[in-house]
Design a protein around this ligand. Structure first.
Ligand code: ATP
Length: 228
């Protein structure tokens, strides 16, 4: 489940120490657009990847740090047999009840924020050339404005998003469309992009685009260093 990341002030003040010292790249895109595919490739090229969706999954895995509070708030029915969050059940609930979404986010967002900051600082201390924050609902949250240096949007047609997610997650079309309709439109997302990665073709084509993106970001780093 994609989770928007938190409050503007805390996010910025906590990561602000990194600004100007290391390029801070936001990576977003609609469901199934290829964010993970792009961030995996950037990670292989040496980027420090902080994936907020992955963090959201980790904290709601069996023994995840959000699970005791989730169980207390929603009851044991929202845990599966392994003790992880029952994502399908919770997705249905939060779509139907905005107050349930708020309660869930009140538990998860501070924990995601804390882990995001920890990982970012860890990558920076390790000497990563730049940081990539993978945030599915970055445009919707409005929280990252002023912090990130460049916003990269991964884009493909809605039809392709639907077919890729149906295949990957084994979800019915109607469910994918429901998630898609709750996200920003393709047009609104693209309007905020500094850089667009077209993911309409093969994985080999994506690889070429990501290599070019990597070079572009390294150039930003060089410019940042020469102006400091
Ligand atoms: P979500 O928002 O659901 O987390 P995402 O934006 O991270 O999705 P991915 O998981 O990277 O998207 O991609 C969705 C699916 O499409 C995956 O199964 C991935 O392997 C596949 N995929 C991504 N890009 C391509 C491509 N260019 N060619 C073929 N398959 C692709």
């Amino acid at each position: 489940m994609a989770t928007a990341t938190t409050n503007a002030h805390s996010q910025q003040s906590d990561l602000n120490g990194l600004k100007g010292h290391i390029p801070l790249i936001g990576l977003t895109g609609g469901i199934g657009s290829g964010k993970t595919a792009v961030s995996d490739l950037l990670g292989q090229l040496g980027a420090g990847i902080v994936d907020t969706d992955l963090i959201a999954h980790q904290i709601t895995a069996p023994n995840g740090i959000a699970m005791p509070a989730i169980q207390k708030q929603f009851g044991p029915d929202y845990l599966d047999a392994s003790g992880a969050l029952n994502r399908n059940k919770m997705r249905t609930l939060v779509f139907a009840k905005p107050e349930a979404r708020k309660a869930l986010e009140a538990i998860t967002h501070p924990l995601i924020r804390q882990e995001t900051i920890r990982q970012a600082n860890q990558w920076a201390a390790k000497g990563s050339p730049y940081l990539v924050f993978v945030v599915p609902l970055l445009v919707e949250s409005g929280s990252w404005e002023g912090l990130i240096d460049q916003l990269v949007v991964v884009d493909c047609s809605v039809e392709l998003q639907i077919s890729r997610v149906m295949q990957r997650s084994n979800l019915p079309k109607v469910e994918v469309e429901r998630i898609l309709n709750a996200q920003a439109s393709r047009k609104d997302r693209l309007a905020q992009a500094d850089i667009v990665i077209e993911n309409q073709g093969s994985l080999a084509e994506l690889n070429t685009e990501v290599n070019q993106l990597h070079q572009k970001i390294l150039k930003i780093k060089k410019d940042q260093l020469s102006s400091s």
